[in-house]
Each structure stands twice: as C-alpha cells, then as structure tokens.
Design a protein around this ligand. Structure first.
Ligand code: HEM
Length: 104
C-alpha cells in the first residue's frame, strides 16, 4: 500500500486530485482501493465508487488519470515480484469499475 500510494502521490498529474483530502481519508482510500483491486469486500463510508469520484470527474479526472493509477498499481505489484497472471487479474478487477470511477 505504501509503495502504491507513494507512486500515485508523486505523480504530478494525479497529485492535484488529492489536494485537500485529509490523511486519514487518504489512508482509508488506499486500503479500500487495494481491497477492491484484489476482489475483497469493500467496507467504507458507504459511498459507491461512482459517487466517491464524481467530484473528481468535475475537476477534470479522465481516463488518462485512471490509466496512470492502473500503471502505478501494476508497477507496484511488479516491484513486489507478484506473478504477471495475478497482476493481470488485479488489473482486470480494477478495470471493471473504470466507467463508474469516470462517471460514464
Ligand atoms: C479502480 C479504480 C479505483 C478504485 C477501486 C477506487 C476506490 C476508491 C475508494 C473506495 C474511495 C473511498 C471513497 C469514500 O470513502 O468515500 C476512493 C476515493 C478517492 N479516490 Fe479512488 N478509486 C479508483 C480510482 C481513482 C482514480 C483514477 C483517482 C484519480 C486520481 C482516484 C482518486 C481518489 C480520491 C482523491 C479519493 C478521495 C476523495 C475524497 O475524499 O474527496 N481514485 N477511491
């Protein structure tokens, strides 16, 4: 989680979306994201993925940003020597919510 999150925050095109988001929420988001990506149950405030990201779409979040986050996830898993087939699986699960995240 730390490696993934550091990569996302260090990415200048992604960082602005996290400005003003408090640290506790950021940590919760990070945990919820990876739980989701690995197919676990999601247990958070109750907002669905679409509602949780609507305000970010209004701020200009689009598929470029989504793909960048996916890239950071894949690189993180690679760094941790996760086998490619499992990385593919995690990416497929994450991709399944792309339209919800982007509110389309
Ligand atoms: C597979 C893709 C994604 C999943 C599964 C996911 C999951 C989540 C979850 C579970 C939350 C917490 C919502 C809540 O507690 O209210 C959240 C919030 C958030 N997500 Fe995502 N996310 C994804 C993609 C993205 C992308 C591409 C960005 C763009 C940089 C992003 C930026 C954020 C931010 C900034 C928050 C905090 C919003 C706030 O508190 O104002 N997410 N996400």
């Amino acid at each position: 989680m730390d490696i993934f999150y550091d990569k996302v925050i260090a990415d200048p095109k992604l960082k602005p979306f996290f400005d003003g988001v408090d640290m506790t929420r950021q940590r919760n988001k990070q945990r919820a994201f990876l739980t989701y990506a690995f197919g676990g149950t999601i247990n958070y405030s109750g907002k669905n993925i679409r509602d949780a990201h609507k305000h970010l779409v209004q701020k200009g979040m689009n598929s470029t940003h989504f793909d960048a986050v996916m890239g950071h996830l894949g690189n993180t898993l690679q760094e941790l020597s996760v086998p490619d087939d499992l990385i593919q699986e995690a990416a497929q699960i994450a991709m399944s919510v792309k339209n919800d995240v982007l509110d389309r």
